[in-house]
Ligand binder design. Structure first.
Ligand code: GMT
Length: 374
């Protein structure tokens, strides 16, 4: 098939999933065209089946807001005609599903039918999409997609509750390429970031409010009182300065490392003992799955789709949002006994296996085929 993919090109989970999906589809013989405003961070273009088309939004002083949707929908129309793209898969409803719908209508006038598959990722529904200022457009774009998927059962049910949805939403969970993580544990060089007697607890995110970084630091403080540890924070975002201040107040400056935004997630996960995620809501928690793929147990909240990914008492533990005492107790339970830690590490990997790329990507191919056949 010749497949167009529209996504955010950034480090965010939806962009990562879209990129990994495109790469895997290309390995499976499909021709994939990424249409977005920057080269996706994880996209390797040295591949005959992968193409990247940049959406350029010319600056014009009259516009208070530059019209990205307009430029995107025009680019889609041009690329579909030029490259004979057969199906368009848009990741993140805002504004991609809306722009896709406009392209579909424009192409219709040229006698071309472009089926649209929309994948909902979470914040496009829960935090942004359901806002009264966007709701009508998001609802319309979902209902007018040819097929709709969501990354978890929980997100599917949130979407049904928040909008008036007439379309069937199929759940296709996120995935990881386990092969990439299989040989990681041969030489992780823990000594670079921690002393030999310290356990390593890791968190990776975009440091938005929803990630509750202060809960992570407060839980870590309780863990560190019982088990000598280091907290490694990878990523950057609006809550970082506040987080640094909290570490200062708690006297944790030599115990918490802020590594900033980096592409080295696999290396950091390799040397981690526990991954911690305190989010208020998380449609799936791709980063928790990446941790489990690296054999790192996950201590997380039980919000959103996290219980579908992290199995309580097996691959890690779940607790209520904001319950930092329970979160720290859960981490201590895993860390205090070396045999227990080994057991949880093995279980984390077993659980991650369910989400291996080879098990999940065929579901997308299936949905493309069914949508094209309609
Ligand atoms: O919240 C993030 O980390 C970024 C956000 C995004 O839009 O990329 O992630 C969302 O999509 C990911 C991929 O499907 C999911 O794994 C994340 O759980 C989801 N974030 C939220 O629901 C808050």
């Amino acid at each position: 098939m010749i497949i167009g993919i529209v996504c955010y090109p950034t480090y965010g989970g939806s962009g990562v999933v879209a990129t990994e999906l495109g790469l895997e589809l290309s390995k499976r013989g499909h021709e994939v065209h990424f249409i977005t405003y920057n080269q996706p961070v994880k996209l390797n273009l040295f591949n005959n089946n992968i193409h990247y088309h940049e959406v350029i939004v010319p600056d014009y002083p009259l516009f208070h807001y530059q019209p990205y949707e307009l430029a995107l929908s025009s680019k889609i129309v041009d690329m579909v005609q030029l490259h004979k793209i057969e199906i368009l898969h848009v990741h993140y409803a805002i504004p991609h599903a809306y722009a896709a719908y406009m392209s579909k209508q424009m192409l219709k006038t040229k006698g071309i039918d472009l089926p649209i598959v929309t994948t909902l990722h979470g914040t496009d529904i829960t935090l942004v999409g359901s806002h009264p200022y966007y709701k009508a457009a998001v609802e319309f774009s979902i209902n007018n997609s040819d097929a709709v998927t969501s990354v978890s059962e929980d997100l599917r049910s949130d979407t049904m509750n928040l909008f008036n949805i007439e379309k069937k939403i199929e759940v296709i969970p996120n995935f990881v390429d386990l092969e990439k993580y299989n040989h990681l544990h041969e030489n992780c060089e823990r000594g670079i970031l921690a002393n030999e007697d310290e356990k390593i607890i890791t968190h990776i995110s975009n440091f938005r409010k929803v990630k509750r970084i202060d809960d992570i630091i407060n839980s870590f403080n309780l863990i560190n009182n019982k088990i000598n540890s280091k907290l490694i924070l990878l990523g950057d975002g609006p809550e970082r300065i506040k987080a640094e201040k909290l570490c200062d107040e708690l006297n944790l400056n030599d115990k918490v490392l802020f590594l900033g935004a980096s592409n080295e997630t696999a290396k950091i996960l390799c040397l981690s003992d526990i991954f911690i995620l305190a989010s208020t809501t998380e449609s799936f928690g791709l980063v928790a799955l990446e941790a489990m793929a690296s054999s790192v147990p996950v201590v997380s909240t039980n919000s959103g789709g996290l219980p579908e990914v992290n199995l309580n008492g097996f691959s890690g533990y779940l607790s209520d949002v904001g319950d930092i005492n329970q979160m720290s107790k859960n981490a201590i339970k895993i860390l205090k006994d070396p045999d227990n830690l080994i057991k949880f590490k093995k279980n984390a990997k077993i659980q991650a296996n369910k989400f291996d790329v080879h098990n999940i990507v065929p579901s997308y191919e299936d949905i493309y085929r069914r949508t094209l056949a309609i």
